[in-house]
Design a protein around this ligand. Structure first.
Ligand SMILES: Cc1cc2nc3c(=O)[nH]c(=O)nc-3n(C[C@H](O)[C@H](O)[C@H](O)COP(=O)(O)O)c2cc1C
Length: 181
C-alpha cells in the first residue's frame, strides 16, 4: 500500500475479529517500530508483546475497561526508557526525547499495521501503576501507550480534522497561512 494511502485510510479500530496475527506479519510490524527515528539514535523505547488473555484482561482493567484491549489478539505496550535519553541529553532527554522516540515508533506501527490490513488504536488512557504491575515492568521503563492490533471488525467513518488554515501558520505564529496547493 502506498504510504499516503495508508496515512489517509488509517482509522482507530476498537472492534477486532478473533483471527490471530501470524508471527511473520507481527515481526514486520515490529520492524516498522525499529525503523522509526529517535533523538541521537538512542532508541529510548521498548515494546512488550501481550498475547496471554489474563494479561490482556489486566491491561483492559488498567485502561478503565476499554474492552477492545482484551478482544484484540495482540496488545503491544510501548514503553519509554528515560534513562537512555537522559545519559546524553539530561532533563530534556528524560522528560521529552524518550517520549518522542516512543511516539515515532508507535505511529510507524499504526501505519505498518494498516498496510497489512490490520486495525489498531492508540490507547493513552490508563493507570500507569496498574500496567507496571500487570507486566512486571522494571522501574527504569515507563509505559506510554497500549496498542491493540488485530483484523478489524468495524469500518469507522473518518473523524474530522482542523483545516490546514486552522493550525498552520505563516512565518510568525498567528499569521494566516494560505493554501499553496
Ligand atoms: C495520545 C493519544 C491517546 C489516545 N487515547 C485513546 C484511548 O485511551 N482510547 C481510545 O479509544 N482512543 C484513544 N486515542 C485515539 C483517538 O481517539 C483517535 O486517534 C482520534 O479520535 C482520531 O480518530 P482516528 O484515529 O480514527 O483518526 C488516543 C490517541 C492519542 C494520539
Amino acid at each position: 500500500m502506498d504510504i499516503l494511502q495508508a496515512i489517509a485510510r488509517r482509522r482507530s479500530i476498537r472492534s477486532f475479529k478473533p483471527d490471530q496475527i501470524s508471527d511473520e506479519i507481527l515481526t514486520k510490524v515490529l520492524m516498522a517500530a525499529q525503523a522509526a527515528p529517535s533523538a541521537g539514535n538512542r532508541q529510548a523505547r521498548e515494546i512488550v508483546i501481550v498475547r496471554d488473555y489474563a494479561v490482556k484482561v489486566a491491561l483492559t482493567e488498567a485502561a478503565f475497561h476499554q474492552f477492545f484491549l482484551q478482544e484484540a489478539p495482540v496488545d503491544l505496550v510501548f514503553c519509554a526508557n528515560p534513562g537512555k535519553s537522559q545519559q546524553r541529553y539530561g532533563e530534556r532527554g528524560h522528560d521529552l526525547y524518550c517520549i518522542l522516540d516512543t511516539a515515532a515508533s508507535i505511529q510507524n506501527v499504526l501505519l505498518a499495521a494498516q498496510a497489512f490490513g490490520l486495525g489498531s488504536c492508540w490507547v493513552g488512557a490508563f493507570n500507569e501503576e496498574a500496567v507496571r504491575e500487570a507486566l512486571e515492568l522494571p522501574e527504569e521503563v515507563r509505559p506510554i501507550t497500549l496498542i491493540p492490533i488485530g483484523y478489524p471488525n468495524e469500518q469507522p467513518d473518518p473523524t474530522t480534522r482542523l483545516s490546514l488554515e486552522e493550525f498552520v501558520h505563516a512565518e510568525h505564529y498567528g499569521q494566516p497561512w494560505r493554501k499553496m496547493l
